[in-house]
Ligand binder design. Structure first.
Ligand code: IDP
Ligand code: MG
Length: 156
């Protein structure tokens, strides 16, 4: 168990469908700590870096156009085992196959319009958080209810 940070991107389809608050609320209710939050438009260069594993795929031009055309919201979330926890809350890539109760499973019918991105491993998260947030855009502050979120043996 370790304190981790992970990257979430709330995609343009969530903005169009007024789901930004709903998605944020799910992470807040889980007691993940928001340590970074930023609305911006992704550049095509940043999209190519972020989706480097997909640049050769036939759907990539559509993915890049979709992700760069309109603003998105980036979140850096912190918690014990946050990377795995957030992927579980998000659900699998194809939202039609995603479990009910997950963000994609509850809120989307699509793979290409699946409302959200989340880092897929600790190694990925360690690259993705600094890809989207400068040091001065990440905030280490104390949650006063921490004793009610984690037991003593879960804090570090
Ligand atoms: P992930 O978002 O669940 O980590 P990745 O395989 O990393 O899934 O793909 C990144 C994003 O690219 C997906 O969230 C989805 O929006 C899009 N994508 C992935 N595979 C397809 C596909 O087969 N068709 C259309 N879009 C896809
Ligand atoms: Mg991915």
């Amino acid at each position: 168990m370790a304190m981790e940070r992970t990257l979430v991107l709330i995609k343009p389809d969530a903005f169009q469908r007024s789901l930004v608050g709903e998605i944020l609320a799910r992470f807040e209710r889980k007691a993940l700590k928001i340590v970074g939050m930023k609305m911006f438009r992704m550049s095509p260069e940043l999209a190519k870096e972020h989706y480097a594993h997909l640049v050769g795929k036939p759907f990539y031009p559509g993915l890049e156009a979709f992700m760069t055309r309109e603003p998105i919201l980036a979140l850096a979330l912190e918690g014990q085992e946050a990377v795995e926890v957030v992927r579980k809350i998000v659900g699998v890539t194809n939202a039609r196959k995603a479990e009910a109760g997950t963000i994609r499973g509850d809120l989307s019918m699509s793979t290409g319009r699946n409302t959200i991105h989340a880092s897929d491993s600790i190694e990925t998260a360690q690259k993705e958080v600094p890809r989207f947030f400068g040091e001065n855009e990440l905030f280490g502050y104390k949650i006063v209810l921490e004793d009610y979120i984690y037991a003593e043996d879960e804090k570090e």
